[in-house]
Ligand binder design. Structure first.
Ligand code: NAD
Length: 489
């Protein structure tokens, strides 16, 4: 495991020698330490990224960049088991989920390799002008130096979602992973080094919010991409406003899942559980508010309670585990505080609500479901980011859509019904950037990712993700030999 910062193609400790403990959330043991970068390290990383951008990376062809992206994809794929095991240790997620993340991360680099090549073919696009004396072409150029600040729930995958399009566009990067899960970001730096990515193109500065704040307020950064909580996103945006940096924000959610009477109970239970218990519910797009129509509610909730209580909970390394620990003591405390709040609000608990009795170490919590949760409840309104589902019943479609949209968030939503017309109508009415029909959570690198309202600004993935790192330049040329004749008549 690597422990130093990766700046300008070399490994170095933090300027002030500070380090961070890395904790296994299943055992509560410190298993590693990494450098805790600060403002001086961010300065060095930004200087290196600027020098690399101006020294040539910004002028490389998409074809050249695609070679590096494909080499990174292949190197990630070649060590998928090692990377997945590190992810389990660092984050706690079940191994099968971690393997999936690593495959997706490799796929993301391969996908943006293709887009980098296509970008070459999209240069010098002609714009038709209404004045024959002029011609115009459009060039797509890299944004410059980009800073990426990411959370802990999908450590390597969140890095891939940002670094792959940045490098594809010809930008250089400074990546600041979460202080809770820094391990695989450093492995990514190791891979970049191994494939001879030119020095300074990718820099990884591990550290706390202090390093994140230094990066977001750094005048040498042209573009900031942030994924995390709304509170931190607002700080990043405010810091970026000082020198008008481009910003994209992927923030939180409280996504609704609408299940209608004509849905199949078996399928509904499967996707509801996947939507809230996958990754211990620590998913920005988790469908954490279930709206279930009266006619199906009793049978669905009975089955849901039975299945949720049977989910195997344990160390993510154990093959049968489907629910691991929450990522940290702090996150465990935060989610437990919501369970205490539910007691105070006298919510009706359907299942769960405690630490699993057979696990006395580790940040574990049972899959938890509350029913008939009032709209005013904090549990209904706020992002809990844990394995906690809040349920309400509804009778009419209109009421369900109103309840679904009554939220400051707008990241995702899901609808399940056998009636295609209804699914189409509801998916149009939902105010969210991602709508799943008859499922919840499947995510593809090709499709746009991001939210309405306070869930963020901009979109990642697909060609939208590449756009985040491109500037648009028009080159307008006088073609006519006639004098312009404005001053010199
Ligand atoms: P967080 O906001 O606490 O931290 C995110 C990152 O910001 C970390 O790297 C942290 O060190 C850094 N940071 C902290 N203070 C900073 C500051 N003042 N300036 C700059 N950076 C700073 O979020 P988290 O707890 O790591 O992640 C959970 C949140 O992320 C949830 O709200 C979740 O919904 C959201 N999330 C959103 C998406 C999405 O795609 N929309 C994906 C994953 C997670």
């Amino acid at each position: 495991m690597r422990s130093d910062l990766y700046i300008d193609g070399s490994w170095q400790g933090a300027a002030d020698g500070a380090t961070l403990a890395v904790v296994d959330p299943a055992t509560e043991e410190i298993f590693h330490r990494v450098a805790a970068g600060g403002p001086a390290d961010v300065d060095r990383a930004v200087d290196a990224a600027r020098a690399a951008f101006e020294g040539g990376w910004g002028r490389t062809s998409g074809r050249e960049r695609a070679k590096y992206l494909r080499a990174i994809a292949a190197a990630i794929a070649a060590r998928r088991e090692t990377l997945a095991t590190l992810e389990v240790r660092d984050n706690g997620k079940p191994l099968a989920e971690a393997l999936w993340d690593i495959d997706d991360a490799a796929g993301c680099f391969a996908y943006y390799a293709d887009l980098a090549e296509e970008l070459d073919g999209r240069q010098d696009e002609v714009v038709a002008l209404p004045d024959a004396r002029f011609s115009c072409i459009v060039r797509r150029e890299p944004v410059g130096v980009s800073g990426q600040i990411i959370p802990w729930n999908y450590p390597l995958l969140m890095a891939a979602w940002k670094i792959a399009p940045a490098l594809a566009a010809g930008a250089t990067s400074i990546l600041k992973p979460s202080e809770l899960t820094p391990v695989t970001a450093l492995e990514l730096a190791g891979i970049a080094h191994e494939v001879d990515l030119p020095r300074g193109v990718l820099n990884v500065v591990t550290g706390t919010g202090v390093a994140g704040a230094a990066l977001s307020s750094h005048p040498g950064v042209d573009k900031l991409a942030f994924t995390g909580s709304i509170a931190t996103g607002a700080k990043v945006m405010a810091a970026a406003a000082r020198d008008i940096k481009a910003v994209s924000l992927e923030l939180g959610g409280k996504s609704p899942f609408l299940v209608f009477d004509d849905a199949d109970v078996e399928k509904a239970v499967e996707w509801i559980m996947f939507g809230i218990f996958w990754n211990q519910g620590q998913v920005c797009s988790a469908t954490s508010r279930l709206l279930v129509q009266d006619g199906i509610a009793d049978s669905l909730l009975t089955r849901l309670a039975r299945e949720a209580a049977r989910i195997p909970i344990g160390n993510g390394r154990d093959a049968e585990t489907l629910l691991g620990p929450l990522v940290s003591e702090g996150q465990h405390r935060k989610v437990a505080a919501y369970l205490a709040e539910a007691d105070r609000e006298k919510l009706t608990l359907l299942t769960g609500g405690r630490r699993p009795p057979h696990l006395d170490k580790g940040y574990f919590l049972e899959p938890t479901i509350y029913v008939d949760v009032p709209e005013r409840s904090r549990l209904w309104r706020e992002e809990i980011f844990g394995p906690v589902l809040c349920v309400r019943r509804f009778s009419e479609e209109e009421e369900a859509v109103r309840l679904a949209n009554n939220s400051p968030f707008g990241l995702a939503a899901a609808v399940m019904s056998a009636d295609d017309d209804r699914c189409r109508r509801v998916s149009r009415a939902l105010r969210a950037g991602i709508v799943w029909v008859n499922c919840s959570q499947p995510t593809f690198t090709q499709a746009p990712w991001g939210g309405y309202k306070q869930s963020g600004i901009g979109r990642e993935l697909g060609p939208w993700g590449l756009e985040n790192y491109l500037e648009t330049k028009q080159v307008t040329r006088l073609e006519s030999s006639e004098p312009w004749g404005w001053y010199l008549k």
